[in-house]
Design a protein around this ligand. Structure first.
Ligand SMILES: NC(=O)c1ccc[n+]([C@@H]2O[C@H](COP(=O)([O-])OP(=O)(O)OC[C@H]3O[C@@H](n4cnc5c(N)ncnc54)[C@H](O)[C@@H]3O)[C@@H](O)[C@H]2O)c1
Length: 246
């Protein structure tokens, strides 16, 4: 389905980003793995090799720093000559009630979750415009639509990702570049492992399908959005949350 395509995935070292990288590789894409942690990247690389692929490109980078982001795209172009798919997945939480939230926690979450999407999209758009082809998949969150007490910084960053996705979809559509977002609900990853057993129990009771999601369940939608199966879909937010938001 994705043979011959080159994909950059940020935050590809674990969790949802790792699952997306593996799913794209399974469909035949060549993957540029990017993460701030080299150890995490090596783990994903080993899993990609276990799929029988000869390898992938590892790029350690902090997505909040423009020069590092530009270097990721440069390495991808030096190695593969093009970038067809960009998955902006790297993200963090620094939860607290708004009145208690430290300014640094606001800044860190906004730059990791939102500024990064601007930096990476801008860097990839140059080559995608030249190619007249691209699919950008941004990982937002249901809380970017519904808000969540204790996550003013995170929910604002994800609402920003959704608005940014629609704007880039409008700006780049004429060049045959699509941009869509996925809004996951609660997914089992190291990010949500931090929740207490009691919090997880409560969350499960809110979810109509009665359980948290798996990273692969986000990855399957990312493959659809990255591929030509979604060639007439752009500017959309696909909610993948077991029915939480309906
Ligand atoms: N897990 C969920 O329930 C859930 C729900 C909605 C949205 N999301 C979103 O999905 C994405 C992935 O979440 P996850 O649960 O897999 O998280 P995770 O913490 O398991 O993985 C995040 C990855 O991003 C990397 N990363 C963090 N900061 C970085 C930086 N500055 N530069 C480069 N890489 C960095 C980490 O090293 C890690 O590998 C995030 O954008 C998150 O907001 C997650």
């Amino acid at each position: 389905m994705l043979k011959g395509k080159i994909a950059i995935v940020t935050g590809a070292g674990r969790g949802i980003g790792q699952a997306i990288a593996l799913a794209l590789a399974e469909q035949g894409a060549e993957i540029v793995l990017s993460d701030i942690s080299v150890d995490f990247l090596k783990d994903t690389e080993a899993q990609i090799k276990a799929l029988g692929k000869s390898g992938c490109l590892l790029t350690q980078a902090n997505v909040t720093i423009g020069d590092e982001v530009n270097e990721v795209v440069k390495k991808a172009l030096d190695t593969y000559g093009k970038v067809d798919i960009l998955v902006n997945n790297a993200g963090i939480t620094r939860d607290n009630l708004m009145a208690m939230m430290a300014e640094k926690d606001w800044d860190d979450v906004l730059s990791t979750n939102l500024k990064s999407v601007f930096l990476m999209t801008k860097a990839c758009s140059r080559t995608m415009v030249k190619q007249r082809f691209g699919s950008i998949v941004n990982i937002a969150s249901v809380v970017g639509i519904m808000g969540n007490a204790g996550q003013a910084n995170y929910s604002a960053s994800k609402a920003g990702v959704i608005a940014f996705t629609k704007t880039t979809a409008k700006e780049l559509a004429k060049r045959n570049i699509r941009a869509n977002a996925i809004a996951p609900g609660f997914i089992r990853t190291p990010m949500t492992d931090k929740l207490s057993a009691e919090q997880k129990q409560k969350i499960q009771e809110w979810i109509p399908l009665g359980r948290m999601g798996e990273p692969k369940e986000i990855a399957d939608v990312a493959v659809f959005l990255a591929s030509d199966a979604s060639r007439y879909v752009t500017g959309q937010v696909i909610v993948v949350d077991g029915g939480l938001l309906m």
